[in-house]
Each structure stands twice: as C-alpha cells, then as structure tokens.
Design a protein around this ligand. Structure first.
Ligand SMILES: NC(=O)c1ccc[n+]([C@@H]2O[C@H](COP(=O)([O-])OP(=O)(O)OC[C@H]3O[C@@H](n4cnc5c(N)ncnc54)[C@H](OP(=O)(O)O)[C@@H]3O)[C@@H](O)[C@H]2O)c1
Length: 340
C-alpha cells in the first residue's frame, strides 16, 4: 500500500481525488489537509463521505514532509510551488494540479503568472499529459498536471500536430462548467451570475493560452486563438478546434489517424464518423471523447469533451501517479460516465 496525501483536500479537485483514491486498491489516504477546516472530519464538510471516509483534516504545513509516498497538491498557483519545495526530496512523488510546474520555460511562466519561487525544481518537472509524455512521466517524481482546457485542446490536436498536417493558425473555442473556477467564493461564480447565461471571458488573456501554445509550438509555427466560455453547468469542457489540413483528406482517413495514434490509450475514445462528443457522456469519468469532420478545402473541425475535474485535473493526476508507481493506469479511475 502506498501512502498518499492530498494537500488542499477541501477544494473541488481535492474532493474528487479523495473519491477516486478511495476506490484505488493500492493506496491509502494517510493525509488530508485544509487550513480553513483543520481539525474537522472531512465527512463533516462533505457529507457524501459519511460512513465511508472520516479522515481528519490537518493544517496545510511543511511538517508533512516524509509522511507520504505521494502528495497531490490541490492548491492555487504560488502556494503549490512553496509546498512542493517543502515536500520534494527526490523520493516522494509530487503531482501538482496547479500551473506552477507546467512550464519548462520559467520566463513564460512568470509572464503568465507570478515570479517563480521554486525555480530549482523546474528541471525535475514533467508536463503530465500521459498520452504525450508517458515515458518521461514514469521516470519523474514531480508532475505539473496539465490545465483542464489545455488537456481538451491538446488531446484534440495532437494526432494532426505530430504528423505536421495542419497549415495556418488554429482556432480553439472552449466551453467550461463553473467548477473550473474552484470552490473559493467569487462573484463570477454565483448562481445568478452564471445561470441562464453563456459568455466568453478572459479573451486573449486566459492563462491557459500560453500553456496550449507552448505545446503546439513543439510541432508547428501556428498561432492559436483561444477563447474560453463559461457554461451554466457544474462540470465538463467541450472544446471545438477549427483548422485547415495541408492536403485534402477524408474524415475517414483523419479518423483512422486518430484511432491509430490513440490505440491502446485507456482514456481517449475516438468516435466514429458522424458522432460528436457530449459532456454528459464523460461526466465523472477520466475519458476524453474526440470526434471530427473534414469539410471541403481541407477545413477541419475537431471536438473533444472531458470532465474538467477528472481528466482535466484529479483523474489525470491519479493516472500520472499510477504511471510513476508502475501500476495499472486505470486503477482508481474505472468510473464510467454517469447519465442522466
Ligand atoms: N477546478 C478545476 O476544474 C481545475 C482543473 C485543473 C486544475 N485546477 C487547479 O487545481 C488547483 C486546485 O483547484 P480547485 O478547483 O480544487 O480549487 P479550490 O476548489 O478553490 O480549492 C483550493 C484548495 O486550496 C486550499 N487553499 C486555498 N488557498 C490556499 C493557500 N493560500 N495556501 C494553502 N492552501 C490554500 C483550500 O483550502 P483551505 O482554504 O481550507 O486551506 C482548498 O482546499 C488550482 O491550482 C487550479 O488552478 C483546477
């Protein structure tokens, strides 16, 4: 049994991690932390855990170093880098769900976020998107778990990027449920601010744009246009990518490329021609569903759907842990989407 700690267990990603890890046969949740609720049982804060998991919340502090084999950091950026610094010893595995270890280029991180205060750890960090970086992930002890929008966009684009099959700029239109903003009280997340409406936000300045661009730039000179939207639902991301192929191919041919690229991937489902993803059919699961259509003149539309809290955060974090520990990647992640 591996001892795992969830730092920031009372946020949305933290609670999803608790639920997932409780179904994992090879791990024991030995540490859960919260500053706001320290000294309380997690089941008192989240009654869903009543009678199932009654763990006591400890303060989020440096003294937890050395207690666990794996730590999940479910904290805001900035706090995560300092916590990682306190916990990293080269032996324990650290999976950081914030942006603090997602960028190889510290300058780009600092331009997008804040000054980095744990720069010395960056060379150890790997961008934790298993479908692209599994080999690097398995040898790492520090994972920068990707953002939710970047996960949906990069998985949707990757087969075409790696084959250099796209020409021109790439348009990425993403819609997210409100849990993407976290559990912390914010006016923009209030029911009346979100329900019965649908809007674009942070146009041209969203922090996930550089994260997607840096991955695209590994294969292509294309610039991306990324526009996130807020949907009046709790969870889920639907991303629609618009691009142009260098040569005219049929939908069948491009789908064949996607199916080959993702063959054997436990969590990527490439849909058959004429079928398109729906957030309802990935909800609560670690799946990323992808569908696409080629139009005339080589225009292509690719659509992907994930649950932002699972494949977009905590599920992907467990998948990364499984890879590093040499476990079956699907352990703790076998929840099938729940519908209706
Ligand atoms: N929500 C998503 O869909 C999603 C997807 C991908 C990545 N992420 C990233 O994952 C991280 C966690 O997101 P979340 O949605 O779970 O956030 P959240 O719901 O707001 O929870 C944040 C957690 O961090 C703790 N915390 C807040 N400020 C802190 C501080 N200054 N120092 C130490 N602890 C602090 C909070 O608990 P206490 O106040 O009780 O200590 C809480 O447990 C963020 O970096 C976020 O960007 C989120």
């Amino acid at each position: 049994m591996w001892d795992v700690g969830i730092i920031g267990a009372t946020g949305y990603t933290g609670t999803v991690l608790v639920s997932s890890l409780l179904t994992h046969p090879d791990v024991k949740i030995s540490l859960i932390t919260s500053n706001t609720y320290k000294g309380k049982k997690i089941s008192d804060i989240f009654p869903a855990f009543r009678g199932v998991f009654e763990g006591m919340l400890e303060p989020t502090a440096e003294k937890h170093a050395g207690k666990c084999d794996v730590y999940f950091l479910c904290l805001p950026h900035g706090s995560a880098m300092e916590t990682a610094q306190a916990l990293y010893n080269g032996k324990a595995v650290i999976v950081d769900l914030s942006a603090d270890f997602r960028f190889e280029d510290v300058g780009l991180y600092e331009k997008t976020y804040i000054p980095h205060r744990a720069k010395e750890l960056l060379p150890q960090a790997v961008f934790g998107l298993p479908e692209l970086y599994r080999n690097k992930i398995k040898d790492s002890h520090l994972i920068g778990n990707p953002g939710c929008y970047p996960t949906s966009a990069i998985l949707g684009l990757y087969p075409l990027l790696k084959e250099q099959m796209l020409s021109g700029d790439i348009f990425i239109d993403s819609k997210s449920g409100v849990s993407g903003a976290g559990r912390e009280a914010k006016t923009g997340s209030l029911f009346c601010e979100v329900s019965e409406g649908f809007k674009a936000y942070n146009v041209g300045v969203h922090r996930h744009e550089p994260e997607i661009q840096k991955e695209v730039s590994k294969y292509s000179d294309a610039k991306i246009f990324f526009v996130p939207h807020l949907l009046p639902m709790n969870r889920g991301i639907l991303t629609t990518v618009y691009g142009r192929l260098k040569e005219q191919l049929s939908t069948k041919e491009v789908l064949a490329l996607y199916k080959t690229t993702y063959f054997g991937e436990p969590f990527v489902r490439v849909l058959d021609e004429g079928l398109y993803p729906d957030t309802r059919f990935v909800r609560f699961s670690n799946y990323c569903d992808i569908g696409l259509k080629v139009l005339d003149d080589g225009r292509i539309v690719i659509i992907s759907a994930i649950d932002n809290l699972v494949k977009g955060a905590s599920g992907q974090a467990v998948q990364n842990m499984n890879i590093i520990l040499g476990l079956d990647e699907t352990k703790g992640l076998r929840q099938i989407p729940q519908y209706p």
